[in-house]
Write a protein that binds this ligand. Sequence first.
Ligand code: SF4
Ligand code: SF4
Ligand code: SF4
Length: 159
Amino acid sequence: MVDIAKRRFFTRKKIDTSQVKLPWVNNLQQFTDLCTRCGKCEEACETRIIQKGDGGYPSVDFTIDECTFCYKCAEICPEPIFNSADTEPWSAKAGISDTCLANNNVECRSCGDSCETMAITFKLRAGGVALPQLELADCNGCGACVSTCPTSSISVSNV
Ligand code: SF4
Ligand code: SF4
Ligand code: SF4
């Protein structure tokens, strides 16, 4: 028997709202209160990016693959956790760190090649290789750029 009150007490302290958990799950407090950690969304995810995260709660891992926004995780979930499919899945956006190869003058355009929305483009500059430019307004937080980056320079978080 799960002691809900006890679980809430322990989970409430840990919530980091910048962390991307699942699409169409905006209220992380409600998520940890209602999620039973049954694992159904993990099994349903077509790109297998839903893994057990902190405390056994499901969480997307973009180092594995991208979110295709297929909504299968939401459809299979027996609890009232996910928002409806006609709403924005999340406010997540990509961010590129200074360890980027191009930033260190090594030619690389992998992230741009993987970005379907063309949020990442490359700007030529004099005396160096082209640098990635991220247009946040065009980024849907799919995470496709994360696993393709050879230097793990891209992360996706809620903004
Ligand atoms: S929307 Fe689809 S691809 Fe994205 S996390 Fe859910 S099941 Fe996986
Ligand atoms: S998260 Fe997706 S949309 Fe955003 S920059 Fe990366 S590949 Fe493009
Ligand atoms: S894939 Fe990574 S290393 Fe390559 S340009 Fe993009 S951020 Fe830089």
